[in-house]
Ligand binder design. Structure first.
Ligand code: SF4
Length: 580
């Protein structure tokens, strides 16, 4: 059985924005935090919000009955009168979480009502978005959900039509035609959200290509239910589930190709759990040699052995860029240090891991004893090897290990925490990505120069920059994929600081600048052929950035391995150049 994930499955822009606002307020706001109505229609997300102290305000309290606190307006928006009443109730902060696309529809309606036009909203009268839109129409709004309802409308002049953002295009077009027949020319604003269009079109074609479709999302979520309806029109079996536990394993095991999509209110971590379960169903069905191979491969990736071997490759490339022959002890020190750093950090970071990568979290929990033991052993082995190489390498790696241990410990005195805004190094925005890039650069590029006492400042700088940029881009790409889980636990990663689109642009610019540097570097001494060969891992990283951001691959061990493969590639190309 194969699994194909729809590119636009999961949170849409508006829902993601509202979630980010709510979680940011939960981590930083003074006083209680509320959402006015449930932020999204997904029970698992609502449970998670409750665990973060975000309460749901069902109705506006009487004027003056509240003293302070923050209220977040959800992506659907609210009538303007409700915002005014929230202020009168006494909340100190009203955070506008209404989706910008809904705000646009509200503005169209408000303008039409102001000039005296009659507004028809195509949508479900009980849906919160429609309730909010009606509020902007003052008393000039009416809701129509089906073409048949047009006949029941009173006589109207100057009709303006808008759509609830999650309506289907077919229903909207049919109602517009019926309105035209009844009232003559009407002013039409097709305000169906692009995200809804794309998602529905995508599930339509996906359903025709696969043997069955799994739709992940809350049972109360209108857009999730609509996705299931659209998929069902293909006459293929459709399984609408809220969590992986609801998957009908026996029925799915009989299918060869399963498509997966998810509503706009479904978080990534729920989609990943469903994918993980589908892969488990596939493994059970297939069994045999390929199953065994997959398990070995998964162990290799999940245990961080793959990335640690990548450090060996980078150590060879960085040494050769400096004109130094690869040294087995230095390569082994890089392997042990990177293995220890990665595996122990995953255990320190396990709360975010449960959301970002449920498969890895499961793996870490299952092999906890072995992994922690081997991580501690590797840290000791890296230090012992550096001690053999000399006092300075030992001090450098010793200091870096100490920093690694202190990274998550609240070392800033309490009195200074509020003023500085952080208690430990890990709270500094972007520190994880920057420190990983710095640590790799020191271990794979600086350590050979220090240990062998051979200094070529330009070549050393090139090797360090090459390593740091590739590692920075690797971490930034993974941070973009992990943004939802990091938000939940309040981690300040680069995509959370800058936004996902800006981070991906930054990655592209850094890789382009690195490529230019490698092309120009031979003018300053490093071997031209080696510099040009090392362009391949840069191109590989750029390709993987694109693959991940476009969701061209399922998230999991294979997609992670392909990113880390670029470190191997650097080592293989550099060694081939050296041998030949
Ligand atoms: S579906 Fe579209 S309009 Fe609705 S919240 Fe999402 S992005 Fe905004």
């Amino acid at each position: 059985m194969r699994v194909r994930l729809a590119r636009h499955a999961g949170f849409c822009m508006g829902v993601r924005r509202a979630m980010e606002l709510a979680l940011a307020q939960a981590h930083h706001a003074q006083g209680p935090v509320f959402t006015y109505g449930p932020l999204i229609h997904n029970p698992q997300v609502l449970e998670l919000q409750a665990s973060k102290g975000i309460q749901v305000l069902k109705e506006v309290p009487p004027p003056g009955s509240v003293s302070g606190g923050t209220v977040i307006i959800r992506a659907h928006g609210v009538p303007p009168q409700d915002k005014a009443r929230l202020k009168q109730a006494g909340f100190s902060q009203i955070v506008e979480g209404t989706c910008p696309r809904v705000i646009r529809v509200q503005a169209i309606i408000a303008r039409a009502a102001k000039r005296g036009a009659e507004v028809i909203i195509v949508g479900d009268a009980s849906h919160p978005e429609v309730v909010g839109l009606l509020g902007h129409a003052q008393s000039r709004g009416r809701v129509v959900s089906r073409p048949g309802e047009v006949a029941e409308l009173p006589e109207l002049r100057e009709v303006v039509v808008v759509a609830q953002t999650t309506q289907t295009s077919e229903n909207f077009a049919a109602i517009v035609r019926a309105l035209g027949r009844r009232f003559g020319p009407v002013e039409v604003h097709e305000t169906i959200c692009e995200a809804t269009h794309r998602r529905q079109d995508e599930v339509k074609s996906l359903a025709h290509e696969v043997d069955g479709v799994v739709v992940v999302g809350g049972r109360n979520s209108g857009n999730t239910q609509r996705l299931a309806q659209v998929a069902a029109e293909s006459n293929k079996p459709v399984f609408a589930v809220e969590t992986e536990e609801e998957l009908p394993r026996e029925q799915l095991a009989r299918l060869d190709l399963v498509g997966v999509t998810a509503g706009a209110s479904t978080p990534n971590w729920l989609i990943k759990r469903v994918l993980r379960e589908l892969v488990a169903i596939r493994s059970e069905r297939e069994g045999g040699g390929s199953y065994l191979l997959r398990r070995v491969f998964r162990f290799f990736v999940r245990s961080q052995l793959l990335v640690a071997l990548g450090a060996v490759g980078m150590a060879c490339a960085a040494s050769l860029l400096q004109g130094l022959a690869p040294h087995p002890a230095l390569a082994a020190a890089a392997f042990f240090y990177i293995y220890a750093m990665h595996i122990l950090n995953h255990f320190l970071d396990k709360e975010a891991g449960q959301y970002n990568d449920p498969d890895r979290a499961h793996f870490l929990a299952k092999h906890r004893g072995f992994l922690i033991g081997s991580g501690v052993f590797s840290a000791a082995a890296a230090l012992a090897l550096c001690a053999l190489l000399g006092l300075l390498p030992f001090i450098i790696v010793g200091l870096m290990s100490l920093l690694g241990i202190l990274y998550s410990v609240p070392v800033v005195p309490r009195a200074l925490r509020d003023r500085l805004g952080f208690a430990s190094l890990k709270d500094i925005p972007g520190s994880k990505t920057a420190s990983a890039a710095g640590a790799w650069a020191v271990v794979v590029a600086l350590l050979p120069a220090v240990s062998l006492e051979v200094w070529h400042p330009l070549a050393l700088g090139l090797a360090m920059v090459y390593t740091a940029v590739l590692v920075f881009c690797r971490c930034a790409v993974f941070d973009v994929l992990d943004v939802q889980g990091d938000l939940v636990v309040g981690k300040e990663t680069i995509p959370i600081m800058l936004g996902e689109a800006v981070t991906l642009r930054l990655v592209n610019w850094l890789l382009a600048a690195l490529a230019l540097l490698m092309i120009l570097a031979p003018l300053a001494g490093p071997p031209a052929v080696l510099c040009f060969l090392l362009l391949a891992p840069i191109a590989g990283m750029a390709l993987m950035q694109r693959v991940h951001s476009r969701r061209d691959m399922l998230p999991g061990a294979m997609s992670e391995a392909l990113v880390d493969f670029n470190f191997w590639l650097a080592g293989v190309l550099a060694l081939a150049w050296w041998i030949l």
